[in-house]
Write a protein that binds this ligand. Structure first.
Ligand SMILES: [Ca+2]
Length: 224
């Protein structure tokens, strides 16, 4: 501030036709030059920061940079079970959001109470994928539950996976069981995944509750 005051006091000498530098005006010029350098550097810094901020803003709003590229397709909300009862007990029941705790881990699950089949439309998807889920048998009683997964494309239905859960006798089935099913999808309009829960080998439907969490399609290596 002191130098700025000196600057204005010497304005008549500096810029009003008096070109003969006095000692005072020389000192003032030197100080002003020094201050101009500092102010100039600060100006460059401010402008640089402003440019960076503006550029960053543009990148954040870019339709390309800002586009979301999810690494998987969550199928949780796509499943439905034709003919099944919702949120009830007994056989043939489907609940899209049923909390289940296994090994101390609570997860939101899609609950299938056998015998029931849940379907999800996945039409128009092409490439190599894995159908993934964490599955568990809710109760440790009875003769277990059979889970079968089918893929339908262009009217052709084929089994792509099968697993028997027997939580009453197998410790690993009393935990979240990771399931990963490789699928090659052909961009068919009618592509559909079906998950079927049925009784165990003795046909006993007692407490046949099968819970699936994080059901999703994950791109295969070729698609990544
Ligand atoms: Ca059973």
């Amino acid at each position: 501030m002191k130098y700025i005051a000196e600057f204005f006091m010497n304005l008549p000498d500096l810029y009003k036709g008096n070109h003969q530098d006095t000692k005072s005006t020389k000192n003032t010029k030197r100080k002003l030059h020094s201050n101009h350098s500092v102010l100039g550097a600060l100006g460059v810094l401010v402008v640089s920061l402003l440019v960076l901020a503006l550029t960053g803003g543009c990148i954040a709003k870019s339709p390309i940079q800002g586009k979301q590229h999810p690494s998987f397709l969550d199928l949780t909300s796509r499943f439905f079970a034709p003919g099944a009862r919702l949120k009830g007990s007994g056989t043939g029941t489907f609940d899209p959001h049923y909390p289940v705790v296994r090994k101390g881990e609570r997860r939101d699950t899609m609950l299938l109470i056998a015998p029931v089949t849940a379907k999800a439309e996945i039409g128009g998807i092409e490439g190599s994928y894995f159908l993934e889920a964490l599955c568990t048998q809710v109760f440790n009683t009875g003769d277990g539950i059979q889970m079968d997964i089918y893929l339908t494309e262009r009217g052709e239905r084929r089994k792509v996976y099968g697993r028997y859960f027997d939580a009453g006798r197998r410790a690993e089935d009393r935990d979240w069981v990771p399931v990963s099913v490789p699928l090659i999808l052909g961009k068919a309009r009618d592509s559909q995944v079906e998950i079927e829960a049925s009784a165990g080998p003795q046909g006993d439907l007692t407490s046949d509750w099968l819970a699936l969490s994080s059901v999703r399609l994950v791109p295969g290596k070729e698609a990544r």
